[in-house]
Design a protein around this ligand. Structure first.
Ligand SMILES: [Fe+2]
Ligand SMILES: [Fe+2]
Length: 155
């Protein structure tokens, strides 16, 4: 049975990979456009599903309150960087500097989750809850992946 931690890590690997690849791009190219779109959709789907099926249940416990607040604030910071990148021309020389900031934030955040929050959450959540949340998280993640962030923003 997959636990919520294993399920979350799958997307983390995709995020790291896309962020690294994005930093190798330059100028207004189809490659940069495509990688940015993929990273944006990945972060969006992961964050939405993770907020709902990992952090919200944790937030309901006294010991989970602090880590949850911290993580949600970082999700918000990453969202703001994504918005900034979306609003900046791909050909703008400053674009890659913002992308670098985002990549550093993503790496920092994932490391903190995997090496800190997951261990703390492991003591808070029950065994059945860990596998039940994995199923709910995966369904929600897939629902958002199918939706695509650009569609939501424009509607
Ligand atoms: Fe995560
Ligand atoms: Fe997260």
């Amino acid at each position: 049975m997959t636990t919520i931690f294993e399920a979350l890590r799958e997307s983390h690997e995709i995020q790291r990979d896309l962020a690294e690849k994005l930093l190798q791009t330059s100028g207004d190219t189809a490659e940069r456009r495509e990688l940015f779109k993929q990273l944006k959709n990945e972060l969006f789907a992961h964050e939405a599903a993770e907020d709902r099926y990992f952090y919200i249940p944790l937030m309901m416990t006294d010991s989970g309150l602090n880590i949850t607040r911290h993580a949600l604030a970082e999700h918000h910071e990453m969202d703001e960087m994504i918005e900034e990148l979306t609003a900046t021309e791909l050909s703008n020389p400053g674009w890659i500097a913002i992308a670098k900031k985002l990549s550093e934030k993503v790496h920092h955040h994932l490391k903190e989750e995997e090496h800190g929050f997951f261990q703390q959450a492991g003591k808070i959540l029950g065994e059945e809850q860990k596998t039940a949340l994995a199923v709910q998280y995966k369904n929600e993640y897939q629902r958002y992946k199918d939706m695509k962030k650009d569609m939501l923003v424009q509607s």
